[in-house]
Design a binder for this molecule. Structure first.
Ligand SMILES: [Zn+2]
Length: 138
């Protein structure tokens, strides 16, 4: 079970890494995702459309399935979380690969931690808050 907010969060975290994730993710797909994220910023309910676009690519679909803790078959629609989600002190996971800046903040008990979308390796817990400098190293 996941919310529209969680979809937006997951896609936004993933967005800077999409092109590195797979060459098969087309520029058209990325620009459609950008367009939908802009709609979401404007307050439109586009989460299901966003999921439809992402579900068109196997790697995006399976990554989001992990990030959102669902079967990939359940990616096309979303449900609301029940109200009793417990907040925990925010911790941050990050890709251990040198030069990779993928991060995944966790603020809720039981929230899944997806692998790095570029390197497909498990993220490691960061013991202290990581400054969010987005330096790109290619
Ligand atoms: Zn990585």
């Amino acid at each position: 079970m996941y919310t529209g907010q969680e979809i937006l969060f997951a896609v936004r975290q993933l967005r800077p890494y999409m092109e590195k994730m797979s060459e098969e993710i087309s520029p058209e797909m990325v620009s459609e995702i950008d367009r939908l994220l802009a709609c979401a910023d404007a307050g439109e309910k586009v989460e299901n459309l966003l999921m439809d676009v992402c579900a068109g690519h196997a790697l995006l679909r399976s990554w989001l399935a992990v990030a959102l803790d669902v079967d990939s078959g359940g990616l096309r629609s979303y449900g609301r979380l029940p109200g009793n989600t417990s907040q925990i002190a925010a911790v941050k996971y990050a890709c251990p690969h040198k030069g990779c800046s993928f991060e995944w903040p966790v603020s809720k008990a039981g929230q899944p931690v997806p692998p790095c979308p570029v390197h497909l390796i498990p993220l490691e817990l960061q013991s202290k808050p990581v400054p969010s400098n987005k330096e790109e190293k290619r």
